[in-house]
Ligand binder design. Structure first.
Ligand code: PLP
Length: 398
């Protein structure tokens, strides 16, 4: 087997599949992309200034652990944001990441055992899912188990439906809150139940919280916040955060992982060998971002204004809902692929068919793709462009 064949089980990139779907079809109006979840809001003013001021540090290799002051800024932010009962130790419980994606992948490589109870380990992930989770599981030799998140379960993965024999060989669980694509948020009780499971089956909880700061009304509860009140050592949990969405800086490639010191130590050993590092001038700018909330509030307000618009334009459509977090609309249109093609042909709007973000799983009535009925609409453009696009979508889908 060629190494790349390990990933044959994962469908092609949603964006590649979308390009294929639309190939040879002309857009009905000047194109607007709402397909890629790339934040387009303005970056914080201070970021280029800090990078320039630290420019000389491009002459130095950055360390895997970053700088003490970066890790301290992260620990302070976590304590403030989640009202933690005690601060994290920045020396042992925090590491910088070059964006959360590489961390989600390499943590699984570092922390997955060869066997669990004499069997191939399983890694649970929500379905629909961020493709990196499945790639990480397969690269680590584990079996990805796709746990459906449907309207019936509040768009949250139904981990209770996972059979006990699968739980017994589970080494990690990916949980994304707020979730991509549905914007569903895990509550305190949900986290508690998941940790109880993780303790019982001795597996890790990998909490992807990169959308945590993009919320509608209530700041989402976090995995650390709940775990810190159950277990002082934060055992079995790692949280992954990023500035890509929070600070509208997808190109900065800066984030962090935090949690269980024993896991962080093991992860750090692998990172010393192979992981990308964040250049020091960028790390200095990222540190300033974690220390500032004003730009985050502005960013959040702009997303809220766009969801207000969506409420007005699409709110009467059956299947429409305003998500608790994230910046996507997850819209039930009956047949997501057909709707995506129609939106392109009639309105020049690119959106992702939900089926491309999910995996078909067996069900009593035959194979079922939990995303098939949906389209994902990214509200990442400016207000004016978003307004024009939403009006076109409403007309094309009417
Ligand atoms: C659910 C989810 N997790 C992680 C990421 C990775 O983002 P980054 O590497 O920019 O932090 C993304 C990016 O779109 C995402 O949607």
């Amino acid at each position: 087997m060629h190494n790349a064949d390990r990933f044959a089980d994962i469908p092609n990139s949603p964006f590649v599949r979308l390009t294929r779907l639309l190939e040879g079809t002309a857009p009905g109006q000047p194109p607007i992309s709402m397909a890629v979840g790339e934040p387009q809001h303005k970056i914080p003013d201070f970021v280029p200034r800090i990078i320039a001021a630290h420019g000389a540090e491009f002459a130095r290799y950055p360390l895997t652990a970053g700088t003490e002051s970066y890790r301290a800024a992260v620990a302070d932010w976590l304590e403030r944001r989640y009202a933690l009962p005690r601060p994290l130790n920045p020396a042992t419980q925090v590491l910088p990441l070059a964006g959360s994606r590489e961390g989600l992948f390499s943590a699984v490589i570092a922390l997955t055992p060869a066997h669990k109870q004499g069997q191939r380990p399983a890694i649970l992930l929500p379905n629909p899912f961020y493709q990196c989770y499945a790639a990480a599981a397969l690269a680590a030799g584990a079996e990805p188990i796709y746990v459906n998140a449907t309207q019936a379960t509040g768009y949250l993965p139904d981990f209770e439906a996972v059979p006990e024999n699968v739980w017994a060989r589970t080494s990690s669980v990916f949980m994304c809150s707020p979730s991509n694509p549905e914007g569903a948020v895990y509550g305190k009780e949900d986290w508690r139940r998941l940790f109880a499971r993780a303790d019982h089956h001795d597996c890790l909880v990998l909490a992807d919280e990169c959308y945590s700061e993009i919320y509608d009304e209530t700041p989402p509860h976090g995995a650390l916040e709940v775990r810190a009140r159950m277990d002082e050592a934060l055992s079995r949990v790692l949280v992954f955060h990023s500035l890509s969405k929070r600070s509208s800086l997808p190109g900065l490639r800066a984030g962090f992982v935090a949690g269980d010191a024993a896991l962080i130590a093991r992860f750090r050993e692998l990172r010393n060998l192979i992981a990308p590092v964040v250049p020091l001038p960028l790390l200095a700018a990222a540190e300033a971002c974690w220390r500032d909330e004003a730009h985050v509030e502005e960013n959040r307000a702009l997303y809220r204004a766009k969801f207000d618009l969506a409420d007005r334009v699409l709110g009467n459509r059956p299947g429409y809902f305003r998500p608790a977090g994230g910046f996507f609309l997850w819209l039930d249109v009956g047949d997501g692929e057909r709707a995506a093609l129609r939106l392109w042909q009639q309105a020049g709007i690119r959106v992702i068919p939900g089926a491309y973000l999910a995996k078909e799983t067996p069900s009593p009535s035959g194979p079922l793709n939990p995303g098939a009925a949906y389209i994902r609409i990214a509200l990442v453009n400016d207000l004016e462009t978003t307004k024009a696009a939403l009006l076109r979508i409403a007309e094309a889908l009417s």
